[in-house]
Design a protein around this ligand. Structure first.
Ligand code: U5P
Length: 210
């Protein structure tokens, strides 16, 4: 597994506002979008391209375009939805699949309650979006799901991660092509499986306590 933790003052600034409990949902949503766009730049560093030849007004030159099959972006419902716009802004040709996962707040075990993904992901580069990597349970289940359908490599974009989650994803995906891109690596998890210092429940902060 490759781990990339962002190190940029703009990202840290935006994360600081995001963490602040007095930040309202409307601001939280637009900051999440901005942050994902910045993280997407790093997450797509190895996106597959093919050489093309084009005509500029002056001459003929070579360039690159994203290659087929198109990348697949998979937000994990519901909090991952808050990251979708930022990602597809940078990858407008990507397809979008959905995975709904809910975490049992007692056992912290994830369960899949919705799935809308292509049956065959052979050769597809997949980008999974989930704002919080806590125990890693949800992300590991999502990554498993995609590899079982034939995905070649999976890049996960999270706003915040806990060391416990990073270690768990690393152990569960040994030998597979997995990249983790984090806005920040926080201190730890608390006894309720929340990231500390964290930002609370990302789904609630984005959409309210529904
Ligand atoms: N989660 C939060 N805030 C936290 C920890 C977890 O919102 O501080 C939620 C996220 O929505 C994420 C899921 O989808 O729990 C990840 O939990 P886990 O499976 O990594 O433990």
């Amino acid at each position: 597994m490759r781990l990339h933790v962002a190190n940029h003052p703009l990202i840290t600034h935006k994360l600081t506002v995001l963490r602040d409990k007095s930040t309202p949902s409307s601001v939280f949503r637009s900051l999440a979008t901005e942050l994902v766009t910045l993280l997407a730049y790093e997450a797509t560093r190895d996106v597959r391209v093919e050489e093309v030849t084009i005509e500029t007004p002056v001459t003929t030159t070579k360039g690159v375009m994203l290659s087929q099959p198109r990348p697949l972006v998979v937000p994990i419902l519901r909090a991952g939805l808050g990251m979708l716009d930022g990602m597809v802004t940078l990858l407008p040709s990507a397809e979008v699949g959905f995975l709904g996962m809910v975490r049992d707040e007692e056992t912290l075990q994830p369960a899949t309650y919705a799935e809308r993904l292509p049956d065959d992901l052979t050769g597809r580069q997949c980008f999974v979006l989930d704002p919080m990597l806590a125990t890693g349970g949800s992300l590991i289940a999502a990554i498993d799901f995609l590899f079982k359908r034939g995905a070649t490599d999976v890049t996960c974009v999270c706003l915040l991660g806990a060391p416990e989650g990073v270690t768990a994803v690393e152990a569960a995906t040994e030998g597979k092509s997995v990249t983790l891109v984090l806005g920040a690596l926080d201190e730890r998890l608390n006894e309720h499986g929340y990231i500390v210092p964290g930002l609370g429940d990302a789904g609630d902060r984005l959409y309210g306590t529904v």
